[in-house]
Design a protein around this ligand. Structure first.
Ligand SMILES: *Cc1c(COP(=O)(O)O)cnc(C)c1O
Length: 366
């Protein structure tokens, strides 16, 4: 099978080799030094400001989204949440469950966030000149619809209104540029199974000094996701509970390989090269790109020849040995997604394009 989904994605050799080994005992100086290097490289790759910290949570990306909200926000806050698809809706649900007052900016499928969306939300709540909000939650790339929000716009808005900025960068990390310090972002979240190209099960939360101060101040009603505990342990390269040791070793190998091969810029350039290559190859197929603002991570496509998007997914899987990513809910028959994360080559995209031509019944007019 060739895997073009949005995670888990295909891992490089150094990650696979570690997966074949026994999982070592972890309360050791050796594992601690791995974890300290993991933190150092994550801070570097996120462009985190001086004094930031990173913790590694055993749990998929959603665990870190929830942990960030629980540890940073309280009923005293009011959060503004961008809801452009299922991941935005997840942030709303997390706020609801944890009693965090919030409003959503609901976007239609495929639509980019505009300055008007932001100022309208602000005007609706604004009282005596001061912003009604204290925090802003956004999935930088709404993976469900393939819309990549303009972080400059969001950053300016948050700086102007002094909002804490929490960014789910799970599917955009290493695929698109992101500079936490320049954007003034307080939290960046990512996960092991997207462009980190490791098995699922670990997520990472990078916290700015302002976010760390909030963590210290708050007391979430939770044992496992209390970030004070995770941060205190990570000072010596450890975790409060048994982590996904094997996956953390794989993340270590991957982070070091990225660092040695040109860092984040080289990774972003590779994702971009794959995305541009694929998009150029499908230009005359009956497929329409359905996002106003694309990430290098994913191409969301709507078949314009009347075929069901989900049937295309099934045919590619069952007849061609290829996984693309189906959509759920209302979009099931309308949209499928092709990912550009993980170990993929131009030759892999040639295989995909040939299979798509067969499935779509495409005949070239010469
Ligand atoms: C993949 C993803 C997540 C996390 O999903 P999990 O299944 O919990 O790993 C969250 N947000 C975005 C934008 C994602 O792409």
């Amino acid at each position: 099978m060739i895997n073009f989904t949005v995670g888990p994605v295909q891992s490089p050799g150094e990650v696979l080799a570690i997966g074949a080994e026994q999982v070592p005992y972890f309360r050791t100086a050796e594992f601690s030094s791995v974890m300290l290097e993991n933190e150092r490289l994550m801070l570097k790759f996120a462009g985190a400001p001086e004094g930031s910290r990173a913790v590694f949570i055993t749990g998929s990306g959603t665990a870190s989204m929830e942990a960030a909200a629980m540890n940073l926000l309280t009923p005293e806050d009011r959060a503004l949440v961008v809801n452009g698809g299922s991941f935005g809706a997840r942030f709303c649900k997390i706020c609801e469950i944890h009693g965090i007052p919030h409003d959503e900016i609901k976007l239609e499928t495929g639509k980019a966030l505009t300055i008007d969306d932001l100022s309208n939300a602000e005007t609706r709540r604004r009282g005596e000149g001061k912003s009604a909000y204290s925090a802003f939650l956004v999935n930088k790339h709404e993976t469900s619809t393939g819309v990549h929000y303009d972080m400059r716009l969001i950053s300016d808005f948050c700086k102007e209104n002094d909002l804490l900025l929490i960014v789910d960068n799970i599917s955009s990390f290493l695929c698109d540029d992101f500079d936490m310090a320049a954007l003034g972002a307080d939290v960046m979240i990512t996960g092991s199974q997207k462009a980190l190209a490791c098995p699922p099960g670990v997520s990472v939360i990078v916290l700015s000094p302002r976010a760390l101060e909030r963590v210290t101040r708050n007391d979430p009603k939770c044992l496992y996701f209390d970030l004070k505990d995770a941060l205190a342990n990570q000072v010596r390269g450890q975790t409060p509970f048994t982590p996904a040791v094997g996956t953390l070793l794989q993340i270590h190998a991957r982070l070091k390989a990225i660092d040695a091969a040109g860092g984040v810029a080289a990774e972003v350039a590779k994702a971009k090269r794959m995305a541009v290559y694929f998009r150029s190859k499908i230009a005359d197929l009956p497929l329409e790109i359905v996002s106003e603002r694309l990430s290098n991570a994913v191409t969301p496509l709507h078949p314009t020849n009347g075929m069901s998007a989900f049937d295309i997914f099934l045919k590619l899987k069952n007849e061609h040995g290829i996984w693309i990513c189906p959509n759920g809910g209302d979009l099931k028959d309308k949209v499928f997604r092709v990912g550009h994360m993980g170990c993929l080559t131009e030759a892999d995209y040639d295989s995909l394009v040939n299979a798509l031509k067969a499935v779509l019944g495409y005949v070239r007019n010469e």
